[in-house]
Design a protein around this ligand. Structure first.
Ligand SMILES: Cc1cc2nc3c(=O)[nH]c(=O)nc-3n(C[C@H](O)[C@H](O)[C@H](O)COP(=O)(O)OP(=O)(O)OC[C@H]3O[C@@H](n4cnc5c(N)ncnc54)[C@H](O)[C@@H]3O)c2cc1C
Length: 353
């Protein structure tokens, strides 16, 4: 039986494990977290992910976890744009990862609280060393370990070569309590800055998305520094922002990262390949979770049909390339640079938001 080690139990990892197991492969998933978990940001299952979720029989379960957001409002205007097309499902990444994990848990071996530390890809397989598990040999290794992929670093080279700053940073915080607007995402823009309040499933979350030059990640690795950056960038903001900043100051659980695009000339070596954000991250600017599910399905099918990594890459790039090309447009719409830009975006809002 062909053995496949998948690094990462987020969105792409469990989807891939599920489909590989159905085609007679023996998948093992190694996940750095101690249990199935992921950040609680809202993500979508739509477009090419819907047929994948349908074939997995997961639509009813995914709908049970859907957020309560039905529209998006721009603060200070009368704009309210309905969200979704009735088919797509928005849910938190935590819930999506948990539903996918439950679908795959009986068909794959899961190693939690561990990570790959070394890969040696030889002619007949891949020797893998782990932080905790004893070294093992696999036929293939797949990096489904997200934007800051370890597999990508070990097999392809340092992150700086492939991860490109999209000009924005994002910080998110769970607010707890009942949202003031239980069905609407609220957008509050200032030049170069956005605050989005999301009702999620009755427990609001705030996202601070702002423009800024590329900084070495060492400059924003620790929580106090991240809080300092967010509270400084938004110090003159009105609306509900001062109260939100107080929650940022109090939290012990802030998600903070540069919004980044991942671009590699190839997604595979002889026996190692990448899928999801590890291969083609578009961060919050374009259907990353749906692309992760669709990519995992395409990869599993290519391996099952004996077409190999090249066929997967050729097919899935047709979906990721257009998304990557629209990153600057997405950033421009979400976080215009000037008051005029905000006004123009809002004027066209009914059509483009
Ligand atoms: C703020 C924000 C908002 C977003 N909004 C949306 C949205 O509205 N719509 C949308 O479609 N997408 C959105 N995305 C993007 C979406 O979350 C990702 O594209 C998607 O989660 C990618 O799935 P993945 O499986 O490739 O990676 P991930 O979901 O990141 O999963 C990677 C997994 O690998 C694990 N891991 C990492 N390193 C290691 C290691 N060394 N060893 C073992 N395991 C490891 C992680 O713990 C994690 O479980 C958003 C992202 C962010 C940050």
């Amino acid at each position: 039986m062909t053995s496949v080690l998948i690094s990462g139990a987020g969105v792409a990892g469990p989807t891939l494990a599920y489909w590989l197991a159905r085609s007679g492969f023996r998948p093992t998933v190694v996940e750095r977290s101690a249990g199935p978990r992921s950040s609680g940001n809202p993500v979508d299952v739509r477009g090419p992910a819907l047929p994948v979720a349908t074939k997995m029989g997961l639509l009813p379960e995914l709908r049970k976890h859907a957020t309560h957001a039905t529209g998006m409002r721009v603060v200070g205007t009368r704009i309210r744009v309905p969200l979704g097309d009735g088919e797509e499902i928005e849910l938190t990444r935590t819930d999506l990862a948990a539903v996918l994990y439950r679908a795959a848990e009986h068909d794959a071996e899961f190693l939690f609280d561990d990570t790959i530390t070394a890969l040696h890809d030889d002619a007949g397989g891949v020797e893998v060393s782990f932080e905790r598990t004893a070294p093992r040999r696999f036929d293939y290794v797949i990096g489904a370990d997200g934007l800051h992929s370890t597999v990508r670093r070990l097999a392809f080279g340092p992150e700086e070569r492939f991860v490109h700053h999209a000009g924005l940073y994002v910080a998110t915080v769970a607010l707890g309590g009942t949202p003031a607007e239980p069905h609407d995402v609220m957008l509050y823009n200032l030049p170069r800055r956005l605050v989005a309040l999301h009702p999620a499933r009755g427990e609001a979350g705030a996202a601070f998305i702002f423009r800024g030059p590329a900084l070495p990640s060492s400059e924003y690795r620790d929580l106090d520094r991240q809080k300092h950056i967010v509270t400084t960038v938004y110090r003159d903001a009105g609306w509900r922002v001062p109260a939100l900043l107080e929650q940022v100051r109090q939290t012990t659980d802030l998600y903070f990262d540069a919004v980044s695009a991942v671009r590699l000339p190839r997604w595979s070596t002889q026996r190692v390949a990448l899928v999801g954000d590890a291969a083609s991250c578009v961060s919050l600017l374009g259907d990353g979770s749906s692309l992760a599910m669709a990519g995992a399905y395409t990869l599993a099918r290519a391996l099952a049909e004996g077409h190999g990594f090249a066929a997967y890459e050729a097919e899935h790039r047709k979906l990721t390339t257009p998304k990557q090309q629209r990153i600057a447009l997405g950033a421009g719409l979400l976080v215009p640079k000037t008051r005029l830009g905000i006004a123009l975006r809002n004027t066209a809002g009914r059509f483009i938001l």
